[in-house]
Design a protein around this ligand. Sequence first.
Ligand code: COA
Length: 160
Amino acid sequence: MAKVIYPGTFDPVTNGHIDIVSRAVELFEQVNITVARNPGKTSLFSVEERVEMLNESLKNYSRVVVDSFDGLVVDHAKHVGAVGIIRGLRAISDFEYEFQMALMNRKLAGDITTILLMPHARYTYLNSTIIRNLAQFQGDVSEFVPSIVVEKLKTKFPRK
Ligand code: COA
């Protein structure tokens, strides 16, 4: 059974991430979406909140598991028995960073393959920072994120 992990910060999950998951489940038996506990970024949502939003957004996918990890992504992949790491490639600007990470991860663990998937073109300009920024200034994010995320963002940035 081919299992892969899809690591990221997911602060918060967007429809672009969901698009990647929907493609990954077509290719692999199990997809573990794994929230990085310490990606070197300050986050708006706690790991537990991010896991909760992912679980709710992906509840209709039976072969998806949501978890979290600390440390090296390849160690977590080995720990759960994954053969590969899924990453999304939105635009050419993502490429250099993803290429560097993929080669470093291959150096660290030659038996774990990075698989880059392209989301639908409508998501190429999306990222979590833009969503947080939009929500902070009461912009409408409902087109870009699952409904649970819309609700959670309202609690972080209540109308004054
Ligand atoms: N749709 C929308 N947004 C997307 C997206 C998609 N399909 N794919 C990526 N993004 C966005 C994310 O929302 C995020 O936005 P933000 O920076 O505004 O928050 C950005 O692209 C990239 O973030 P993410 O995918 O979460 O990756 P990251 O650069 O934060 O790295 C890890 C996360 C877990 C992969 C990385 O920190 C890691 O590997 N950590 C472990 C340490 C390790 O193993 N190091 C050795 C590897 S070199």
